[in-house]
Design a protein around this ligand. Structure first.
Ligand code: 13P
Length: 253
């Protein structure tokens, strides 16, 4: 039985004070719920990671980054390395989010390098894949996701691959209020798992955690997370409200 995971992707939102209030409110809710079986990962913007880490040390959630450099270290102004994040207690890192693919032109070679950097520095990659609306409408969603998974991850050996969390985020469902139908999510998750079984082994596929992301909220999370093969969610907008995010975490159990 794979344990459910719910990850918050705050994206580029909130002032420092708002971020701190959100975490404090969330921790209060968490502390009232002793039996929560969900693994929770909070991914704030870089400048808030230390603050989030301080709170996480006293609570049960983990802290992830939203991005890392594809380089190890050196003269790369403005970049943040996986090693730096690891040294400050960050455990996870989102890689390949569609917003980074789109606005920052992160292509396959860069994403592969980022995955390698994360693993070399003992960060767990949350590797995002997902098709655009025209790609789904043209029936190309499997082809697109297959290419993303293959190029981003299938160079890894089994041992490395097993550390990765995959997030299926159909781009048309991100921030649009247009969630994938639970059956569409389940179908794509099963497809991704079949690719993993083909490349590695059925046992590896069965152990791989695959999250769903895209307009998840307190109302629909239960229905999506209870689909076979859906191991939780990567939550954007709804993670900016402590009560809503907490409800999603509870619904994931
Ligand atoms: P929304 O939940 O706001 O649709 O964002 C999903 C997402 O992109 C999480 O990474």
């Amino acid at each position: 039985m794979r344990k459910k995971i719910v990850a918050a992707n705050w994206k580029m939102n909130l002032s420092f004070q708002e971020a701190e209030e959100l975490i404090e409110e969330f921790i209060d809710l968490l502390s009232e719920e002793e039996e929560l079986q969900t693994d929770i990962i909070v991914c704030p913007p870089f400048p808030y990671l230390e603050m989030a880490g301080d709170y996480a040390a006293e609570s049960s959630f983990k802290v992830g980054a939203q991005n890392i450099s594809s380089f190890q270290a050196g003269a790369y102004t403005g970049e943040v390395s996986a090693g730096m994040l690891k040294s400050m207690g960050v455990s996870h890192c989102i890689i390949g989010h569609s917003e980074r693919r789109k606005y920052f032109h992160e292509e396959e070679k860069i994403l592969t390098a980022k995955v390698n950097q994360a693993l070399a520095n003992e960060l767990i990659p949350i590797f995002c894949v997902g098709e655009l609306l025209p790609e789904r409408e043209a029936g190309k969603h499997h082809q697109v996701v297959r290419k993303q998974v293959r190029h981003g991850l299938f160079h890894l050996d089994t041992n490395e691959f097993e550390k990765v969390i995959i997030a299926y985020e159909p781009v048309w469902a991100i921030g649009t209020g247009m969630t994938a139908l639970p059956e569409q999510a389940a179908e794509m998750h099963a497809y991704i798992r079949s690719l993993i079984a083909e490349r590695y082994h059925q046992d590896v596929a069965d152990r791989t955690k695959i999250l769903y992301g895209g307009s998840c909220n307190a109302q629909n999370a239960n229905q999506i997370f209870s689909q076979p093969g859906v191991d939780g969610g990567l939550i954007g907008g709804a993670s900016l409200n402590a009560t809503e995010f907490f409800t999603i975490c509870k619904n994931a159990q």
